[in-house]
Design a protein around this ligand. Structure first.
Ligand SMILES: Cc1cc2nc3c(=O)[nH]c(=O)nc-3n(C[C@H](O)[C@H](O)[C@H](O)COP(=O)(O)O)c2cc1C
Length: 323
């Protein structure tokens, strides 16, 4: 399948694996790229430019296909070494960067100079238009369904994607709630040039996370996520568990007085314990509603091949057959 995204990124299938904290290591990025999609290493999980450079080099030993790096801009008082991280990306010869959290305007000259394609992930049409205006090559449009940070507008993809198509001239991929061939064909029908998946890629053989995480996603239904940190205007969609219920009780009790410090035990530093040790109730971890559509733990290649062959069936048999 050829779309503006496959052409722009030099990939076979219009499927991207979004950056995921403590999931997007070289193993997963390489598996997605080897299967014909675009795999993405999560920059901030590595933390320092030296470690990111090493992870990029490790990924190169696993694939000769293009892969990207995600850089997330966090609202923190002590920011990571962003200039160093971007330099590591450039020096590592990576040609695609996924940015998120805030617009990447400040870094655009440096990235463009290095010939890097910038895909900005955003949750609102106005942010997508801003990304287009500052020279981003593409956007990843994240609907309210998504795992992680859906923003504060709560617009689901059935509205957000056609709205993005109506406004944007640069290519965009649909993100949030994407799981299978139906997601891909629907996203294309609504004007997107491909899809970005997070949660679905965690439940694959190559995702280098604890089996408990994969099993939790397979066991979950579409009713099992919760929105946390809404009072802080830093909303995150997470898998429900004991820590999340505790956190939501605190949010209810403290109302508008809630501060980040009140919930620090449930959200800070929990990712390695969950993703690497499988300690599932220790804190809040991002997960999309799409968990309800995840029934198995295939290899990445099996997943992507299945999506592409079923998409062919939907387009050529089911849809064509309606005429
Ligand atoms: C466990 C997990 C961790 C994530 N970490 C990040 C991150 O560090 N940076 C980022 O930009 N997006 C992050 N995301 C969001 C994904 O890249 C993607 O946009 C989202 O998962 C799409 O929604 P879906 O889960 O319904 O596919 C994360 C998502 C999950 C599930």
């Amino acid at each position: 399948m050829k779309t503006r995204i496959t052409e722009m990124l030099g990939i076979e299938h219009p499927i991207i694996q979004g950056g995921m904290h403590f999931v997007g290591f070289a193993e997963l990025a390489a598996a997605v790229s080897n299967a014909g999609g675009l795999g993405i290493i999560t920059g901030l999980t590595q933390g320092t430019p030296e470690k990111l450079a090493a992870e990029i080099a490790r990924c190169r030993t696993m694939t000769d296909k293009p892969f990207g790096v995600n850089i997330t801009f966090l609202p923190t008082l002590t920011p990571p070494d962003y200039p160093g991280l971007f330099q590591a990306i450039i020096d590592g010869g990576v040609k695609v960067v996924e940015t998120a959290g805030n617009n990447p305007q400040q870094w655009m000259p440096m990235l463009k100079e290095a010939g890097i394609k910038v895909i900005h992930k955003c949750t609102a049409v106005r942010h997508a238009l801003k990304a287009q205006a500052i020279g981003c090559d593409a956007v990843s449009v994240d609907g309210f369904e998504c795992g992680g940070h859906p923003g504060e507008d709560d617009i689901p993809n059935f509205i957000l994607l056609p709205r993005a198509a109506d406004e944007l001239s640069i290519p965009f991929v649909a993100s949030g709630g994407m799981a299978d061939a139906r997601s891909l064909v629907a996203a294309l029908a609504m004007g997107a040039d491909g899809m970005n998946m997070g949660t679905r890629f965690i439940a694959t053989k190559e995702a280098p996370v604890h089996e408990n995480v994969k099993k939790a996603i397979v066991a979950a239904s579409e009713l099992d996520t919760r929105l946390v940190m809404r009072p802080l205007r830093n909303t995150e969609r997470v898998m429900n568990n004991a820590a999340v219920e505790r956190l939501l009780e605190k949010e209810k009790a403290l109302g508008a007085d809630l501060k980040f410090e009140d919930i620090i035990d449930e959200v800070a530093g929990v990712y390695p314990k969950i993703m690497l040790n499988g300690d599932m109730d220790i804190g809040a971890w991002s997960c999309g509603m799409v968990a309800g559509l995840v029934y198995d733990i295939p290899t990445v290649k099996e997943l992507i091949d299945r999506i592409m062959s079923e998409a062919d069936g939907i387009i050529h048999k089911r849809l064509n057959g309606l005429y």
